[in-house]
Write a new protein. Structure first.
Length: 224
């Protein structure tokens, strides 16, 4: 978001888009967790649509500097005999966020938005010009797609990280890795590094991979 400091309108639209994306992700995750019997997210107010309930400080830092971040995690313990519902509960947040993103881009195209030109991640970082409503739909769509796809990366504290260690074998090596990445928060540090540190003077690894994954999806919806 800091890339858009020279354009206050884009900065506001990027901020609102990120808040909507993490709110959808967090609320959907909390609702799904309640359906598998996990009461803690509801007790913490995570089913609310208040953005402050779902913003993760480190995820917000990533969004501010790199252009994409993540929602505050909804932790869902894996209970015996409940693997299927557990997996579904962890996928609910990403899927809901992706659906909102696709709907926003569909609205952008239906309202006469221009086909995609240039890199998606560049547009997300710097904002776009043109009609205010179209800009809002476009940036909301991109923000939701990036947040949804990022949450599936297999690193704690993301949903993908929970899936990885929940489905991994219970060997000492895996338990040690989980302790380092989850309990000592090394996963957050690694994730921020992959988001922020450029590779050979270019874009960082995770933004590059996200652009590769999201660009075909967005192009299929809005053209390009």
């Amino acid at each position: 978001m800091l890339y858009a400091l020279g354009d206050p309108i884009s900065l506001v639209l990027l901020l609102v888009s990120f808040l909507v994306a993490v709110t959808v992700h967090g609320a959907a995750s909390a609702v799904a967790a309640a359906r598998v019997g996990e009461r803690a997210p509801a007790a913490e107010g995570r089913r609310s649509l208040r953005p402050d309930r779902h913003v993760d400080p480190f995820g917000a830092l990533g969004a501010a500097i790199a252009g994409v971040g993540w929602a505050k995690p909804v932790v869902v313990p894996l209970r015996r005999g409940r693997r299927g519902p557990w997996v579904a509960s962890l996928l609910a947040g990403p899927v809901a966020t992706l659906l909102v993103g696709l709907a926003a881009l569909g609205g952008y195209r239906a309202a006469g938005g221009a086909p995609l030109r240039g890199g998606l991640f560049t547009a997300l970082q710097s904002g776009v010009s043109g009609d205010l409503g179209l800009r809002a739909l476009f940036l909301l769509g991109l923000s939701c797609l990036f947040v949804g796809v990022l949450s599936l990366v297999p690193l704690p504290p993301l949903n993908g990280g929970q899936l990885l260690f929940g489905l991994a074998p219970g060997t000492p090596g895996w338990r040690k890795a989980e302790y380092q990445l989850v309990e000592r928060n090394i996963g957050v540090a690694v994730l921020l590094a992959l988001l922020l540190i450029p590779l050979a003077g270019r874009t960082a690894l995770v933004p590059t991979l996200l652009d590769i994954v999201v660009s075909p999806i967005a192009t299929a919806v809005i053209g390009g």
